[in-house]
Design a protein around this ligand. Structure first.
Ligand code: ATP
Length: 459
C-alpha cells in the first residue's frame, strides 16, 4: 500500500486534501492523472450499464434531499441513540440493541460481529468496542442563512435513495416497466468512525449505484444475473481473477429486509475486502418511501396487476475500484544487470483505464522533430488522450509514462522526418516497432478496442 500511495503522490494522481494545513481526516484530492483514471473507470461503468444494455436509464439526483427521506430509509434511526462501534470489524451497533442481544441473542439477529458473523460483538478477543456514544453516520447541515436556524438536512450517505424517490417520475418519462434499472454516479458522504487505508474508506466518496426493479417472482434470477455481471466487469477491465471473489453473506449478516447479499471482494494490500455489494433488497425501499410519503409507489401491469417491484442493487465505489485497479496494476521489474540494479516501476493498467493512451516524444528538441511530433499528436487527439513530452532523456521520459501506465510511447526521430514512420514502444512487452504515421491512429484505436489480459496473468 505504501508504494501505491507514494506513486500516486509522486505522479500527482491522488494526494491528501488540505495538505498545506496538515491535511484533513482521510480526504483526498485527485490530480490530473487521477481525474483521467477516475473518468475512465466511471465511463466503463456507464458503458456497461447504458451502452451495452437497453434496460437501464440514467439519473442524477440531488445530494441534499427532503429530510424525511432518511427517516423512511432507516438512516436516521440511531441518530439520537447511543451507538457502539467496533474498531476491528467497523460495524456499528445501537447500544440498547447490543444489551438486548446479550440477554437474548435470538431477539436481535442483526447484532453480530462483522468478522465472525455467528458471534455477538465483544464475544471474541478480536472485537474492539468503543463506549456507547451518540453518533450519526450522516453529515448534517441546515438550509437557510441563519446560524442555528433553518431546516436540518443531511448530505446523502448513498446515492440509492434519490433513485427510489424518483422511481415513479422515471417510470413515466422513460416509459418503462420492470424489469428495468436506474443508474446513478455521484458523491456520497459518511462520517466514518474508522477511516483509513488511503482511498479505500474516505469521508466523501463517489458511488456507482444501479437499482434494478423487477416483478417479485423474477428477483432471484436477476440477483444471480447481476452478481455475475458485476464480477465479470472487473475481470474484463483486467483485474486478476485470482485476486477477485464473490462472497455470499451468511444468513446472519443479512439486513432484515435483504433476502440475499453478495460482495465482490478483491485481495487488496490490506487483505480480502469489499469492492462492491450486490443486494436483493426485496420491496423494502419503495414500500418505506410509499409509507413515508403517503403515496404508494406501485406499478400497474396488465398481467401482474398492481404490485411493488423488488429491487436488485449493485453498489460500487469509484475510489475503491480505483484502488483495486492501481493495486492490481502496480509492478516493479528488474531491467538491470547482476552488477547494477535498475528497477522499472510500471502501472500495468488496462489500456481503456490508462489516464494517457499515447505519449508523443520527439527524440530531440530540434531538426523539425517537435513540429512533426505536434502533427502526430493532432492526428491522435481526436481519438484518445495523449500527452506531449520533450523534457529530459528519452529513457527518463519512458519511465515517467510507465509510472502513470501509458500503454504506448510514440517516438519521433530523424528517420521519422525521412520516411514518416514512428517508433511505438509497448509498455508491457517493451517491444518497439515502426509504424507509418498515417496508420497510427487506426492501429492504436484497434489495440484499444481489443480484449486485454494483464501480463501478470498472461505470465
Ligand atoms: P463497508 O462495509 O466497506 O463500509 P458498505 O457495505 O457500507 O461498505 P455500501 O453501503 O454497500 O458499503 O456501499 C457500496 C460501495 O460504496 C462499497 O462497496 C464501497 O465500494 C463504497 N463505499 C462505501 N463506503 C465507502 C467509504 N467510506 N469510502 C469509500 N468507498 C465507500
Amino acid at each position: 500500500m505504501d508504494k501505491i500511495v507514494a506513486l500516486c503522490k509522486r505522479r500527482g494522481l491522488i494526494f491528501p486534501a488540505s495538505e498545506i494545513y496538515g491535511g484533513i481526516a482521510n480526504t483526498y484530492d485527485y490530480g490530473h492523472y487521477g481525474v483521467l483514471l477516475k473518468r475512465n473507470v466511471v465511463d466503463a461503468w456507464w458503458d456497461a450499464m447504458l451502452q451495452e444494455r437497453d434496460d437501464v436509464v440514467a439519473l442524477d439526483s440531488a445530494i441534499i434531499q427532503h429530510p424525511k427521506t432518511w427517516e423512511s430509509s432507516g438512516h436516521l434511526a440511531g441518530f439520537t441513540d447511543p451507538l457502539v462501534d467496533c474498531k476491528t470489524c467497523k460495524k456499528r451497533f445501537r447500544a440498547d440493541h447490543l444489551a438486548e442481544a446479550r440477554e437474548n441473542p435470538d431477539s436481535q439477529p442483526e447484532i453480530r460481529c462483522g468478522r465472525k458473523p455467528s458471534q455477538l460483538p465483544g464475544d471474541t478477543p478480536d472485537c474492539d468496542l468503543t463506549e456507547p456514544r451518540e453518533f450519526n453516520l450522516m453529515f448534517e447541515t441546515a438550509i437557510g442563512p441563519v446560524q442555528g436556524g433553518g431546516t436540518r438536512v443531511f448530505l446523502r450517505p448513498e446515492t440509492a435513495q434519490g433513485i427510489f424517490l424518483d422511481f415513479k417520475t422515471v417510470l413515466t418519462f422513460a416509459r418503462r416497466r420492470p424489469p428495468f434499472g436506474i443508474a446513478q454516479v455521484g458523491k456520497s458522504f459518511r462520517n466514518e468512525i474508522t477511516p483509513g487505508n488511503f482511498i479505500f474508506r474516505t469521508l466523501e466518496f463517489e458511488q456507482m449505484e444501479m437499482e434494478f426493479f423487477v416483478p417479485p417472482d423474477q428477483a432471484a434470477d436477476w440477483y444471480e444475473h447481476w452478481k455475475q455481471a458485476r464480477f465479470d466487469w472487473y475481470v474484463k477491465l483486467g483485474l486478476r481473477p485470482d485476486h477477485l471473489r464473490l462472497r455470499d453473506h451468511d444468513e446472519d449478516e443479512l439486513s432484515h429486509y435483504s433476502s440475499g447479499t453478495a460482495d465482490v471482494e478483491y485481495l487488496f494490500p490490506i487483505g480480502w475486502s469489499e469492492l462492491e455489494g450486490i443486494a436483493n433488497r426485496g420491496n423494502f425501499d419503495l414500500t418505506a418511501h410509499g409509507n413515508g410519503s403517503g403515496k404508494a409507489i406501485e406499478v400497474v401491469d396488465p398481467e401482474l396487476g398492481r404490485y411493488v417491484p423488488h429491487v436488485i442493487e449493485p453498489a460500487a465505489g469509484v475510489g475503491r475500484s480505483m484502488l483495486a485497479f492501481l493495486a492490481d496494476a502496480y509492478d516493479e521489474e528488474e531491467l538491470g544487470t547482476a552488477e547494477k540494479s535498475d528497477i522499472r516501476t510500471v502501472l500495468r493498467l488496462h489500456p481503456k483505464l490508462a489516464p494517457v493512451k499515447a505519449a508523443i516524444l520527439p527524440l530531440v528538441k530540434k531538426d523539425g522533430q517537435p513540429e512533426l511530433a505536434a502533427e502526430v499528436q493532432s492526428l491522435l487527439k481526436a481519438r484518445m488522450q495523449t500527452e506531449y513530452d520533450e523534457g529530459g532523456s528519452i529513457g527518463k521520459r519512458y519511465r515517467r509514462q510507465d509510472e502513470i501506465g501509458t500503454p504506448w510511447c510514440i517516438t519521433i526521430d530523424h528517420e521519422s522526418l525521412e520516411d514518416r514512420t514512428v517508433t511505438v514502444r509497448d509498455r508491457d512487452s517493451l517491444q518497439q516497432e515502426r509504424i507509418p504515421i498515417d496508420q497510427l491512429a487506426d492501429e492504436l484505436s484497434l489495440r484499444l478496442a481489443r480484449p486485454w489480459v494483464s501480463p501478470k496473468v498472461a505470465g
